[in-house]
Design a protein around this ligand. Structure first.
Ligand code: CP
Ligand code: NVA
Length: 306
């Protein structure tokens, strides 16, 4: 049987997500009531980081421990990956010694090549193109606060980056709309999003128009990891793409604000918004833990009966 990976959001069907979201609810509830749940006892997660991380490392490592398994951290600096060992060879070796692998790297192509040579499931912990675990956590957070996301509108303000691409894929799979406003020169690259029904997204020149009536307003850093050389140009280009109180007031009064973090107050978002009453950024961060536990359980054990 083919191994199931989670390399981009559209690798899963709506039915897969409905199952994982339901399991997340149960797993989170067990955790909150101090119930031991060890379905992955004796299983090992290998985490490979080629970029920095706080939340992703912590949530995967703590999550695997909480499920009874072990997690091993590798980075480019201290492993042979940084000395040019081919990713295909690394995949062969690492997947013979572990049960599941999470990778944070640069080009999506690297994780695709790893997965093609892996004997075990591979999870995307962020690439230049996608961040599917974060969007899974964001959608779970939306559902916890506001119920079903189907038919709702998400406003994306800022860079058409890995987060934006993944929101667009999620809109296609889970049937909601995304309003996107990016500065000129930083628009959506449709080849990265894949096939998406044109009714699922709309592009706006003015971020205020993108936010009008939205149920969720979300943004991300102006300069993602790996694009630091463009920082100066981006600071100029993105100056008007800051989520402030005026943008939030244009949205639905019940709109939530999300940011995957880390955030730069005074750049892509004001302190008033990220630290304000509509912001759910801490729940979003915490939910990385719970959704990824459900995701690892699903990839390793399939659907739990009963
Ligand atoms: N949101 C997120 O992925 O955070 P880290 O970069 O800290 O892992
Ligand atoms: N878009 C950001 C997300 C960080 C979690 C980046 O890729 O750096």
């Amino acid at each position: 049987m083919a191994i199931k990976h989670f390399l981009q959001f559209k690798d899963f069907t709506r039915d897969d997500f409905e199952y994982v979201i339901e399991r997340t609810r149960w797993i989170k509830n067990q955790f909150k009531s101090y119930q031991k749940y060890w379905p992955l006892e004796d299983r090992t997660l290998v985490m490979i980081f080629e970029k920095a991380s706080t939340r992703t490392r912590l949530s995967f490592e703590a999550g695997m421990h909480q499920l009874g398994g072990a997690a091993i951290y590798l980075n480019t600096r201290d492993s042979q990956l940084g000395r040019g060992e081919p990713v295909e060879d690394a995949a062969q070796v690492i997947s013979r010694m572990s049960d599941i692998v999470m990778i944070r790297t640069y080009e999506q192509e690297i994780i695709e090549r790893f997965a093609a040579n892996s004997r075990v499931p591979v999870i995307n912990g962020l690439t230049n193109e996608y961040h599917p675990c974060q969007i899974l956590a964001d959608i779970y957070t939306f559902i916890e606060h506001r119920g079903c996301i189907q038919g709702k509108t998400v406003a994306w303000v800022g860079d058409a980056n890995n987060m934006c691409n993944t929101w667009l894929q999620a809109a296609e799979v889970l049937d909601f709309k995304v309003h996107v406003s990016t500065p000129p020169g930083y628009e959506i690259q449709s080849e990265l999003v894949g096939k998406i029904d044109p009714s699922r997204f709309k592009v706006f020149a003015d971020p205020m128009d993108a936010c009008r009536g939205a149920d969720l307003v979300t943004t991300d850093v102006w300069t993602s990891m790996g694009f630091e050389a463009e920082n100066e140009a981006r600071i100029k280009a993105f100056a008007d793409w800051c989520v402030d109180g005026d943008l939030m007031r244009a949205a639905n009064p019940a709109a939530l604000f999300m940011h995957c973090l880390p955030a730069h107050r005074g750049e892509e978002v004001t302190a008033e918004v990220i630290d304000g009453p509509q912001s759910v950024v801490w729940d979003e961060a915490e939910n990385r833990l719970h959704v990824q536990k459900a995701l690892m359980e699903y990839l390793l054990l399939g659907r739990i009966k009963g």
